[in-house]
Design a protein around this ligand. Structure first.
Ligand code: NDP
Ligand code: MG
Ligand code: MG
Length: 330
């Protein structure tokens, strides 16, 4: 079994006398900054002037300054800007303000692994990547719990980068749940593969294909929505709590028999071959290159898909049904 690191393996004192700059105050940024502060770490938030997040940081009782100043006064610089903006901010505002022995930190390996950000040699570079959305990272911390995370050291200038990353992981609450060591390459490639093939691309296409099949055959859209989308959560909750075993224990034997007979017809050998191809395109940099170029030309493909998806009938029926289940968003 992979080595896990917990509270006893991390020493928060490593951050004593150091200041942490959290750049960005979005999903991850607000969670890291507030959790670190509550853990007794000295934190500042770095943003651009005019940022929508600026006042929010102040309301939350934290110090906010522009990125350059935040980097200058800090020893650990955590990059929590959108991945597509990190290269420019690093080149324009961060790089020249780094001091020897500082640490540059990330929550995702994309920009380092695909050489978009090339850090100077005289700093540490590490990653602490929570395996959950930022709002959960904050919420469970307040409940005394944590979201598990991965950590990785890319560059160890001070010979202290591993202790520092574990201390950081502890500061955001991750060592309460368990932290696993990885590399920037492994984190980046598995994260991209997971979101594309399984979690986001895989799941939404599976839901749409099921919904479309039922609606095309003349069944009511509302039934198709409940069956293919709404119930997904109930099943996933069981998977999350107790794996396939608990899910299959909870469903009827009829559902379990159907599961064994039909699952492999839906996700078949061709699907698995395609998954291998998807993984290859992540590993050889094709996906990264396409996405970088797409951003350089202002996202024509991305925007057209985003708009087109909103026209799918599942959007309208879902909106109406969820309005009647007001507790869903409590
Ligand atoms: P968000 O898009 O939620 O937040 C971006 C923040 O950066 C906002 O506060 C935004 O300000 C600010 N920002 C945008 N441009 C600049 C700029 N030029 N200079 C300074 N600040 C700027 O990002 P995420 O939290 O989703 O992602 C951050 C990192 O965390 C990424 O590397 C991502 O891969 C990683 N990650 C994200 C997860 C998640 O839960 N979302 C999960 C695990 C990792 P404004 O409000 O003005 O736009
Ligand atoms: Mg991701
Ligand atoms: Mg059923």
């Amino acid at each position: 079994m992979a080595k896990m690191y917990y509270e006893k393996d991390a020493n928060l004192d490593v951050l004593e006398g150091k200041k942490v700059a959290v750049l960005g105050y979005g999903s991850q940024g607000h969670a890291h900054a507030l959790n670190l502060k509550d853990s007794g770490v000295d934190v500042v938030v770095g943003l651009y002037e005019g940022s929508k997040s600026w006042d929010k940081v102040k309301e939350d009782g934290l110090t906010v300054m522009n990125v350059e100043d935040a980097v200058k006064v800090s020893n650990v610089i955590m990059m929590l800007l959108p991945d597509t903006k990190q290269k420019k901010v690093f080149d324009d505002n961060v790089k020249a303000n780094l001091k020897e022995g500082d640490a540059l930190a990330f929550a995702h390996g994309f920009n380092i692994h695909f050489n978009q950000i090339v850090p100077p040699e005289n700093v540490d570079v590490f990653m602490v990547a929570p395996k959950g959305p930022g709002h959960l990272v904050r919420r469970v911390y307040k409940e005394g719990k944590g979201v598990p995370a991965l950590f990785a050291v890319y560059q160890d200038y001070t010979s202290n980068a591993k202790e520092l990353s574990l201390a950081y992981a502890s500061g955001i609450g991750a060592t309460r749940a368990g932290v696993l060591e990885t590399t920037f390459k492994e984190e980046t490639e598995t994260d991209l593969f997971g979101e594309q093939a399984v979690l986001c691309g895989g799941v939404t296409e599976l839901i749409k294909a099921g919904f479309d099949t039922l609606v095309k055959a003349g069944y009511q859209k509302e039934i198709a929505y409940f069956e293919c989308l709404h119930e997904m959560k109930l099943i996933v909750d069981l998977l999350y709590e107790g794996g396939f075993e608990k899910m299959r224990y909870s469903i009827s034997d009829t559902a379990e028999y159907g599961d064994y007979m039909v699952g492999k017809r839906i996700v078949n050998e061709d699907t698995r071959k395609e998954m291998e191809q998807v993984l290859k395109e992540i590993q050889n940099g094709k996906f990264a290159k396409d996405w970088i170029v797409e951003n350089e030309i202002n996202r024509p493909v991305f925007n057209s898909f985003r708009n087109k998806e909103l026209e799918h009938p599942i959007v309208e029926v879902g909106k109406n049904l969820r309005e009647m289940m007001s507790w869903i968003n409590d």
